[in-house]
Design a protein around this ligand. Structure first.
Ligand code: ZN
Length: 317
């Protein structure tokens, strides 16, 4: 199945916590070349920024989003959370990325292995990787003044979860999300299972589950992944996934309207917070393609408080 397969499957977005929205914006927009496709607030806490970065249109699978918690202590990675995010780059692009990141004084570790990953950290210590993927060049790259088509990031490649109970997480991925185990390997005493989304290669279609029965639970803070979101084609598909969750003993929330998608949330048995987000209506619902991410967007229920919300948010640049 080609990467252009449009069947909604795989990951929709990953949301992490940052401590300084302006610094995070500079890193993901200027250094990594993602597009800031939406600037809004955390709908559950409108005093906080919620920034969405992705490809040109913010397609599902390309999205990394951030809640800003200005006084957050640094998180401590551990069991029950996503501990690393890999972003896809085209074949042959790694060399140029080493140069670019090094020029930005970002330390890059080159880890030859199954994925030949370039490993580095975002300004809050979130572990990131760039990995070359065969399918990446089939997708259009979002270009900037600094980053050309041949180098541009094409979305999420792999999300790595650290869990104490691999089987329980595997059951959720396979029985509820419809993914399948496609590889397993042992690395330094850790069992690593790779799960692949249905529909062939493309953005957001790989999850690695690292089994760490002795690991302490992660402590959430700046640089932690808050949740990972899976795609659902529509409300009906999402409702079926909620039913499957309940059958498996999970407790999904009611559906929440996030303006750009509709979501349910549930924690899987090892503690990772999962979301299921509909593909629609998408980011063009309140901005044109050209103006995506250029002004503060608020859901209508918060619009009456726009002035005070705007005044309380830290500057973005
Ligand atoms: Zn989310």
């Amino acid at each position: 199945m080609p990467a252009t397969d449009k069947r909604p499957c795989g990951l929709h977005h990953v949301t992490a916590i940052c401590s300084n929205a302006a610094r995070t914006r500079d890193f993901y927009e200027r250094v990594l070349g993602l597009r800031l496709v939406k600037r809004t607030v955390n709908f559950d806490d409108p005093s906080c920024w919620h920034l969405y970065f992705g490809d040109e249109n913010g397609a599902p699978g390309s999205l990394m989003t951030f809640f800003e918690w200005p006084n957050a202590e640094p998180g401590v990675p551990g069991a029950g959370e996503a501990v690393a995010l890999s972003l896809a780059i085209p074949k042959g692009a790694a060399h140029e990325w080493v140069r670019r990141l090094t020029e930005e004084d970002i330390y890059v570790a080159i880890a030859p292995g199954a994925d030949d990953a370039l490993t580095f950290y975002d300004p809050d210590g979130l572990a990131l990787e760039l990995i070359e993927q065969d399918w990446a060049e089939e997708l259009p790259g979002y270009t900037t003044a600094y980053i050309g088509e041949e180098q541009a990031i094409r979305g999420l490649a792999v999300v790595t979860l650290l869990v104490d109970d691999c089987d329980a997480t595997a059951n959720v991925l396979e029985d509820i999300m419809g993914w399948r185990e496609s590889a397993r390997a042992s690395h330094g005493g850790f069992l690593r299972l790779r799960f692949t989304a249905p529909g062939g290669p493309g953005p957001g279609r790989l999850i690695d589950v690292l089994k760490a029965p002795e690991a302490a639970p992660g402590r959430q803070g700046a640089g932690s992944v808050h949740h990972i979101a899976f795609r659902a084609a529509d409300d009906k598909t999402q409702a079926a996934m909620a039913t499957a969750m309940r059958k498996a003993g999970l407790t999904p929330t009611e559906q929440k309207d996030r303006t750009y998608f509709r979501s349910i949330y549930a924690r899987e048995p090892s503690g990772v917070l999962l979301e299921v987000a509909t593909d629609g209506p998408g980011f063009l619902v309140d901005e044109t393609a050209d103006s995506l991410g250029t002004s503060l967007r608020l859901p209508s229920r918060l619009d009456a408080h726009r002035d005070e919300i705007e005044a309380s948010l830290p500057p973005l640049a």
